[in-house]
Design a protein around this ligand. Structure first.
Ligand code: DMJ
Length: 606
């Protein structure tokens, strides 16, 4: 039959077939990772020049000079206010008005051997009045703990300066009213004068469960049982929570009266990050004795590895994301956003792989299929636990760490400014509800699935997502013109002087000894110097896609507490703060690993 004479319905049918085929080619074949291990882009190692140990020492010194520039500017224009406004030479009280930059910087000064700055900062610490002005009725608990209390304790650990411990003890007592909930989990804030707690019955995971390291160390130093109990109560509450709905992962929102989770939104980045971090670090701080923390860490990382790690379509970049939804089914739906905040994860995984017998957890009495005595029964997630149980966990954690750290670094190296954006979206993700319900995308790009295919193929190449990749540099205009070869688009363009990526580079350098992590850190420091330095401090680039980058007028205290500290430690050859003897709190304040004495065990009912 000649086509021209075909009935209209046959023509429609043909058009339909062709259109379906085109859609299939665009959305299904393009998404399929069946051939992922074989089609992985070849490893494209960046070539870095030989650098002598004298040169690394000189680089460490340049970071120290950068710190001096930032802190001297703070002293000149802002102290004893909280933070410096580095463009207008101004000052701001945005964290209680007690001089947060001075408190947060104390132990960085000690590590960098800046004795004069330390002595001057002690004056600010001594004079700080732990109250609030009448226009602010309360202090935010989480930030006060990680920056002020953590800063005092880290500096005490390194100096044994009595004033620091006295003030830490005084501050913790002033904050104590925050625990006045039925569950004993802390409220959002507290009025330091009246002790009255502030905030709703609903708590955010990171804000209510990031105190264990600070309070446990403070209990060790003071012998006070109350501090121990606060930390212990948080850990026991997390441990006894029913997490079937979320596959064993701690969700973001909790009820402070009942001490139970109330949603299924899962995050590795904002609102959750430091709680996952403290599961491992609490175990390490207490001389590897708190088995409940270890089990929770294995559980959280198992869920993350099997449900929240994905690999991008063309460059095969490994990334970690969050989920949306209010039921478990939806909770399995990934958003494919990737936050700068999540870039602490590669460092954490590398630290755990380095210090834990992950390839022989049985030696510690831990069974991945029977975590918390629950027989691995985590609904839809159980398959993931069984899947991971068949792998060498030490290797998998280290591979994930290397792949994620490589991606975190590339999100800097890909930009015109050489700095990393605060948030990106990976893949062909539209963010629409319809796509959220389409699980085929998640299945196609799941890292653990790609790993299974890689294992079955017997490939000798690196696992999917692991191995070096070349940067693809785009200007802001290019990056805004739609989907690019980079596999991701920007969601938040700013670089807020954050530490997470250099933190992970530092840990990977210490753990693997591979100098590429140091070189990458140096490139980032060069970009910080080039793009963010002002005559009076360092500003925060509004768009990483531009060079020179337009700057916002703020210099967060964590830039001195964390970003510059980790960069200094990365370049310094002296192995200061060995990872097996010190644990960094989430604001990079180092606490020494310890063991409980028999007397303490009796006192704390251990
Ligand atoms: C820091 O204050 C801490 O690391 C916190 O846990 C979250 N991130 C900020 C800096 O990005």
């Amino acid at each position: 039959m000649h086509l021209a004479f075909a009935p209209r319905s046959i023509l429609y049918a043909l058009v339909l077939v062709v259109a379906t085929y085109l859609l299939y080619v665009t959305f299904v074949i393009d998404h399929s990772l069946e051939s992922l291990p074989h089609s992985a882009p070849p490893s494209q190692q960046e070539i870095f020049p030989e650098v002598s140990s004298e040169e690394w020492a000189c680089r460490a010194d340049q970071v120290k000079q950068g710190f001096k520039h930032a802190y001297h500017s703070y002293e000149k224009y802002a102290a004893p206010y909280d933070e410096l406004l580095p463009i207008t030479h101004g000052k701001i009280n945005n964290f209680n008005g007690w001089g947060v930059t001075a408190f947060d910087s104390l132990d960085t000064m000690l590590i960098m051997d800046l004795q004069h700055e330390f002595e001057r900062a002690l004056g600010i610490v001594a004079r700080a009045n732990f109250s609030v002005s009448s226009d602010r009725a309360f202090v935010p608990y989480f930030e006060t703990v990680i920056r002020y209390l953590g800063g005092l304790l880290g500096a005490y650990a390194l100096s044994h300066e009595k004033l620091l411990l006295d003030r830490a003890d005084e501050l913790a007592m002033i904050l104590d009213g925050v625990f006045d909930s039925a569950s004993g989990l802390p409220f959002y804030g507290v009025n330091p004068a009246s002790g009255k707690p502030e905030g709703s019955e609903l708590g955010i995971l990171a804000e209510m469960a990031t105190l264990q390291l600070e309070y446990t160390y403070l209990a060790k130093l003071t012998g006070k049982k109350d501090y121990f109990n606060h930390a212990n109560n948080v850990m026991r509450t997390l441990y006894s929570a029913d997490l079937h709905e979320t596959g064993g992962m701690l969700p973001v929102i909790w009820n402070l009266t009942s001490g139970t989770p109330v949603d299924t939104h899962l995050s590795v980045g904002s609102q959750a990050d430091s709680t996952h971090e403290y599961l491992l670090k609490q175990y390490l701080l207490t001389g590897q004795t708190d088995k409940a923390s270890l089990e929770m860490y294995v559980q959280a990382t198992t869920f993350i590895i099997t449900h929240l790690l994905f690999i991008s379509p063309k460059r095969h970049l490994l990334y970690v994301t969050d989920t949306i939804g209010s039921t478990y089914k939806e909770a399995g739906t990934s958003m494919h956003t990737f936050e700068h905040l999540s870039c602490f994860l590669p460092g954490l995984l590398a630290l755990g792989a380095h210090l834990l017998p992950l390839d022989n957890l049985a030696s510690l009495g831990v069974d991945i299929l029977n975590l918390r005595g629950r027989d691995g029964a985590y609904g839809h997630a159980s398959k993931g636990y069984r899947q991971l149980a068949s792998w060498n966990l030490k290797k998998v954690h280290l591979w994930a760490a290397e792949g994620l750290a490589q991606t975190c670094y590339l999100t800097y190296a890909d930009q015109a400014s050489g700095l990393g954006a605060d948030e990106m979206v990976f893949g062909k993700w539209s963010g629409s509800k319809a796509q959220a319900k389409d699980h085929s995308y998640d299945e196609s790009y799941s890292w653990i699935r790609a790993m299974e295919t890689w294992r079955q193929s017997g490939s000798r190449g690196p696992p999917p997502g692991v191995g070096d990749k070349a940067p693809i540099v785009h200007t802001e205009a290019e990056a805004m013109s739609g989907w690019t070869k980079r596999d991701y688009v920007m969601k938040k363009w700013s670089y807020l002087l954050r530490p997470e990526t250099v933190e992970s580079l530092f840990i990977l350098w210490r753990v693997t000894g591979d100098v590429k992590w140091r070189h990458r850190g140096w490139k980032i420091f060069e970009a910080i110097e080039r793009e963010t330095k002002t005559p009076s401090g360092y500003g925060s680039p509004r768009s990483v896609g531009r060079s020179p980058a337009p700057l916002d007028d703020n210099m967060p205290s964590y830039f001195l507490a964390e970003t510059l500290k980790y960069l200094y430690l990365l370049f310094n050859d002296e192995e200061l703060i060995p990872l097996d003897r010190w644990v960094f709190n989430t604001e990079a304040h180092p606490f020494p690993v310890f063991e409980w004495t028999e007397h303490e065990k009796t006192m704390f009912n251990l």
